[in-house]
Design a protein around this ligand. Structure first.
Ligand code: VGL
Ligand code: ZN
Length: 205
């Protein structure tokens, strides 16, 4: 059985948002078009407490874009974003949500970030997504959303590792690209790990 996983389609990652992904809004119509063709559709939602350790605002000596070490895990410093219960953390208004059977919050522990929809960045806590998919007899995952070089990448790599046949719907992803080439490198890494690429048109054909 196939599952579509929508990654972080939230206001703060859209143009005008706190951590805007360039042209992130372009994936929303594709997400809506694809949903009816999947028997199971789930979403992830970046969902941080106001004092989350990934926020540069919490570290006097660091700025947005710096990478620091927190308890042995590399952490990029981000602007405050996707704060729990804020407008920025809400799923995009134009996203169809009636087919979503479950939304998985992540990044809720202030000490740990969680790019992957499956586990936090330390690989310690699970969000429950993997068990949920297995309980629903999912064998193949189709992943789209934001951002290619962070949460899409991490979710796709974990999906492969957990044994799901994993597809990246490439035209339905956009990246942050802090450094030029980050998205290409992320896609190459996903492919090496066994993630297969497909476009929404190919899949719908
Ligand atoms: C994300 C950076 C920080 C993402 C989330 O959704 O890719 N990126 N938090
Ligand atoms: Zn975040």
């Amino acid at each position: 059985m196939n599952a579509l996983i929508l990654i972080d389609l939230q206001n703060d990652f859209l143009p005008g948002g706190a951590l805007a992904v360039p042209r992130g809004d372009e994936v929303l119509p594709l997400a809506n078009r694809l949903q009816p063709f999947f028997p199971l559709v789930v979403a992830t939602q970046d969902w941080h407490p106001p004092d989350h350790s990934s926020f540069a605002s919490q570290h006097a000596n660091h700025r947005v874009g710096d990478t620091i070490d927190i308890d042995g895990v590399a952490q990029v410093m981000w602007p405050d974003h996707c704060v729990q219960n804020s407008k920025g953390a809400e799923l995009a208004a134009s996203l169809q949500t009636h087919s979503l059977t479950k939304v998985f919050p992540k990044g809720t522990d202030r000490r740990l970030d969680s790019y992957s929809g499956f586990f936090d960045n330390g690989g310690v806590h699970t969000t429950g997504l993997g068990d949920y998919l297995k309980q629903n007899n999912v064998t193949e995952t189709y992943i789209l959303g934001l951002a290619t070089d962070y949460c899409v990448r991490a979710t796709a790599l974990d999906s492969c590792r957990l044994g799901f046949r994993t597809w990246l719907i490439q035209d339905a992803c956009r990246g942050v690209e802090l450094q030029p080439g980050d998205c290409a490198a992320a896609i190459a890494e996903m492919e090496r790990a066994g993630v297969q690429r497909v476009t929404s048109d190919q899949w719908l054909a």
